[in-house]
Design a protein around this ligand. Structure first.
Ligand SMILES: [Zn+2]
Length: 460
């Protein structure tokens, strides 16, 4: 159907009814723009969608704009390029660097998984193929263009946009898109109103349309607890037990936040005498990028320089093996954040059955992951081909999050001068999105739409 004058279309190709696979298509006068290009993650049903044909011809997309470097927002890019996309990929400068680290890691994991499936014979095909490889990531990197915040980027005669700080992770930004004179604001993921290291999300006053995430649409973070003291208590407990504290952590933002809390405890001279190790190649790469972009963070350059000083960085696999073998009481931060792979498994292999050791969760644990099973109290988990009894202490600091909660999102929305014509809610499990829809309609009386996957809307 021909779009009428001044009309444009948005279509939700991912991140609708789920927290992963974020992709929203904006179409005007034959020009196509994709906001985010995320991978579907988690349960098998979702992951299968990454293997399906892309709903439109990728070669027909003129440009991609990324809100931030998380895999559920950028992880499909190598495939999009493989399938014919050759336009520019716009993002902020830190997002460009972080995306490269995250995509290469994702490709490596997929290559290893495919290799394992082939050698163990659990692939239906003779040779299992990865979704994409490191070489595919390298193919898409030259298409990237890094930008500053608040810099207008003209895409064509109908569309321009600027990035506005979202406070979610380093480089994370809202996309303030002007289509045919109408303002459409995509939040990507929205950060906490008082992030630990970053500047708070930008207050926006006006928009014709808003596309808002809803991950925490149904709940609030527990703000009654002081995370620094919670961490200190767990560290002291570990020292008392002469044990090892294992912290599975996401490489971007959470790892640096934990290092910052440890630094603050040291500064306040509350930090006991115990070595802290970062045993995560991706965590180290990400930390180097944090070091490079000090002006994007609200903490001082002095703090940034000092906070990494007392952490021992594990450089290679030999050092990592030596660390696992060492019986001294210590703190180890390692990936992956949901214990789906990475060096944390080797530390867990050594300590999981020892009641003097502690496994501390500091981030969200997705459905179907080992982290979720442990946190929900499973007495055994399987890794390295064996079931192992969970006998170490399980602790969790649940209020650490890079997502604004329901009240924080509502506060942010209340700062708009006038209601948008429509607010679309995406990036949430159905119950989370539904709860936020009811809250916005009830309190703000705005028109709210919860789009279904593939659903499109004509706007003007
Ligand atoms: Zn995110």
């Amino acid at each position: 159907m021909k779009i009428m004058d001044n009309e444009f279309k948005i279509q939700f190709l991912g991140g609708a009814g789920t927290v992963t696979g974020s992709k929203t298509l904006v179409e005007v006068e034959g020009k196509r723009l994709l906001i985010d290009c995320g991978l579907f993650q988690g349960l098998k049903e979702l992951r299968k969608m990454n293997w399906m044909d892309f709903p439109i011809d990728p070669a027909s997309i003129d440009a991609v704009v990324l809100t931030h470097a998380h895999l559920d927002h950028c992880g499909y890019l190598p495939l999009l390029v493989k399938k014919g996309f050759s336009g520019k990929i716009h993002c902020t400068r830190p997002t460009l660097n972080l995306t490269e680290v995250i995509l290469k890691d994702s490709a490596k994991i997929q290559e290893e998984d495919a290799e394992r499936a082939t050698s163990h014979g659990y692939s239906k095909h003779e040779k299992a193929t990865p979704l994409y490889e490191v070489k595919d990531v390298m193919e898409c990197m030259p298409l990237f263009e890094g930008h500053e915040l608040n810099e207008w980027v003209i895409l064509n005669e109908y569309m321009k946009f600027e990035f506005l700080n979202s406070g979610h992770i380093l480089g994370g930004a809202f996309v303030n898109l002007i289509v045919n004179g109408k303002k459409v604001l995509f939040t990507g993921d929205i950060g906490r109103m008082e992030p630990m290291l970053l500047y708070p999300p930008k207050h926006v006053k006006e928009a014709d349309y808003i596309v808002l995430e809803s991950t925490y649409g149904d709940r609030n973070h527990d703000k009654s607890k002081d995370v620094k003291n919670e961490l200190l208590e767990i560290i002291n407990e570990t020292i008392k037990n002469k044990g090892t504290l294992m912290i599975p952590s996401f490489a971007v933002e959470r790892t640096q936040e934990i290092m910052y809390l440890i630094y603050k405890l040291r500064q306040e001279r509350k930090f006991p005498n115990i070595d802290v190790f970062l045993d995560s190649p991706m965590g180290m790469n990400a930390t180097n990028i944090f070091h490079q972009y000090y002006e994007w963070q609200k903490i001082s350059t002095k703090e940034i320089n000092e906070m990494y000083h007392d952490i021992i960085f594990i450089k290679d696999i030999l050092q990592s093996k030596a660390l696992v073998a060492d019986n001294k009481s210590k703190i180890v931060i390692a990936g992956s954040g949901m214990i789906e792979g990475g060096r944390i498994l080797h530390h867990l292999n050594k300590h999981i059955e020892n009641p003097n050791d502690t496994l501390l969760f500091v981030g969200f644990q997705g459905e179907g992951t080992r982290g979720r099973s442990i946190i929900e109290g499973d007495s055994e988990i399987k890794f390295f081909g064996q079931f192992r009894e969970v006998r170490c202490n399980i602790r969790s600091i649940s209020s650490l999050s890079s997502h604004g909660d329901r009240e924080e999102m509502m506060d942010w929305l209340r700062k708009f001068n006038s209601p948008p014509k429509t607010i679309f809610l995406n990036h949430g499990e159905p119950h989370q999105t539904e709860a936020l829809r009811v809250k916005i309609q009830h309190e703000l009386h705005w028109k709210v739409i919860v789009p279904k996957l593939q659903e499109s809307f004509e706007l003007k």
